[in-house]
Design a protein. Sequence first.
Length: 467
Amino acid sequence: MFCCPLKMRGLGELRSGMESPTKDILIRDIAKYGGETVTIKGWVYNRRNSGKKLAFLQLRDGSGTIQGVAHVNEMPEEEFQSAAAVTTESSAIVIGVVKEDKRAPSGFELTVTGFELVGEGSNDYPIQPKEHGVDFLLDRRHLWFRTERQRAILRLRDRTIFYLRDFFNKDGFTCIDSPIITGSACEGTSTLFELDYFGRPAYLSQSGQLYVEPACMALGSVYCFGPTFRAEKSFTRRHLTEFWMLEPEVAWQTQDGNIDLQSRMIKSVVGRILENDAELIEQIHARQGEDSGEETAEEVISRLEKARDEKFIRLTYDEALKELERLGEPLTWGDDFGAPHETKLTEEYGVPVFVERWPAKIKAFYMQPDPDDDTYVQCDDLIASGGYGEVIGGSIRIHDSELLLKRIDEHKLDRRAFQWYLDIREYGTVPHGGFGLGLERLVQWLGGVHHIRETIPFPRTIKRLEP
RNA sequence: UCCUCGGUAGCUCAAUGGCAGAGCAAUCGGCUGUUAACCGAUUGGUUGCUGGUUCGACUCCGGCCCGAGGAGCCA
C-alpha cells in the first residue's frame, strides 16, 4: 500500500518517455481529449472479459464513468494479464487513448495502453450491480456510496446546499450559525437528546430559531444552516433523528413576505437543478426496479418543471379543510393534517401547496396571532407536490413581550429559560418571522428519492447508529 | 408507543407438514465488442433464537430478538 506513490510516479515517467506525454484527467472532461493519451486514476467497478485477449473495464473516478477496452496487443502483456484478472472495486491507474465510439453511453471509451493495479479489491465485494435490501446496503453505507445512484444523490444534495446558500447570499442574507449544544429544554425534553455537560444537563439542538431571532435584529436578514436533532420515535421514510435544517429569519417580515421568500427560494433551487443537474436525476433513476415505488426520472423532471413554472397554491387552514371535505378526506377543525390529507391536497394541484393561518391551539407558542382573529396564527406549512410531505414550517413570531410572556405562561413553560429570548422584545422589537426548511426532505423531493435515508451521507435513525 | 408485514446460501428470493431449491456473486473453464455480457461446470445451509405440537417442522403454536412499512409527532 505504502509503495503506491513511487509506483505511480514510475509508471508515469515510463509512459511519458515512450509516447506523447500523458496527462491526469477527470473522466468528466473526457470529451476534450479525443485522440490523446491520458491517465485516469480510479476504480474498476465491473469487468467483462471476452476470450483471452480482450477485457472491458468499467472505470469510475468520482467525476464520471468510462469503459476501458484492454486488448493484449495494445499494451504490455503483464499489464494486460493484471487488467484481465482485476477484481471488483480495485483501484488502478489506467493509461489509454481517448476514442470516440458510438457504442459507448457517453460517446467515448478508452483504448487501454497501460494498467497498474494500486489497491487490489477482494473477491467478496458485497455490493453487486443488482437490487439489494435497504438494510443490507445501510450496513455497508461506506461502500454503497460508490454506486451510481448514491453518487448522484450525494451530488444532488451538495448542489442543493450550494444553490440554497447562493440564493440567500444574493438576497442579502447573512449566515449565522446557531449552537448545537443548548442549555435549556424550551419545548419539553421528550424529543431532545440529553447530554451530560460537565455535570449539568444539556441538549442537542432541535431548532436554531431562538438564536436567529436575535441575529435578525442585528443584521436584518439572516439564516442558520446546520444539523438538527429530534429524539422522536418516528420511524417512517420521511424521518431522521439527525437532519439538516435551514432556518431564515427576517426583521420586519410579514406573512406575505414570508410566503414570497419561501416560494422564491424553492423556485430558485428547482430552476438551477433543472438547468444544470438534470442528469443527476436520470442517474438516480437509471436502474430502477419496476416495484421501487419511485417516480421515473421523466416524472420527477416534469413535476419539478411544474414547480418552477407555476404559481404555488396558497390556502388558509379553513380553505384547506373545505377542499379536503370536497376531496373525500375530511378533517375536524383543530386537527393537524395527516399524511393522507397532505397527499390529497398536492395531488389535486400538482404543485407545492402553502397552508396558512392555522388554529393557534395546535401551533407553537411563539407564533403571532392573526390580526383579524386571534384564534388563528400567522404561519404556514409548505406541502411538497408528489406526496413528499411537509418540507417547510414557518411563521411570524410574537414581537410583543407582554403577549409572549402570556403565551409562555399558558404553555406552562419556564420564564427563566426564555430570559434572553424575551430580552429581544425589550429593546427595539420589530415584527419578524422566518421558517425552517428540512434539507433532506427537499433533496428527496428534488430527486424523487423514496427513502430519506438515502439523502444524507450517514443516516441516523432510531435503530441505526452505524456506520 | 401502537398496527401490519418480514427474517431460508455472500445477495435477491422460492419451497400442500414429507429429499433444502433457483438466479446472481464467488471459483474453474470457454468466447476478439461486451454494456447489471453470455455459455458450461463447481462451491456454498445451525432455515433469526428458544420452547412446544407431530412419526416427521422452513412450514403449525407460544415466547423472545432483529428489521421494514405505516400511524402519531414533526422538517
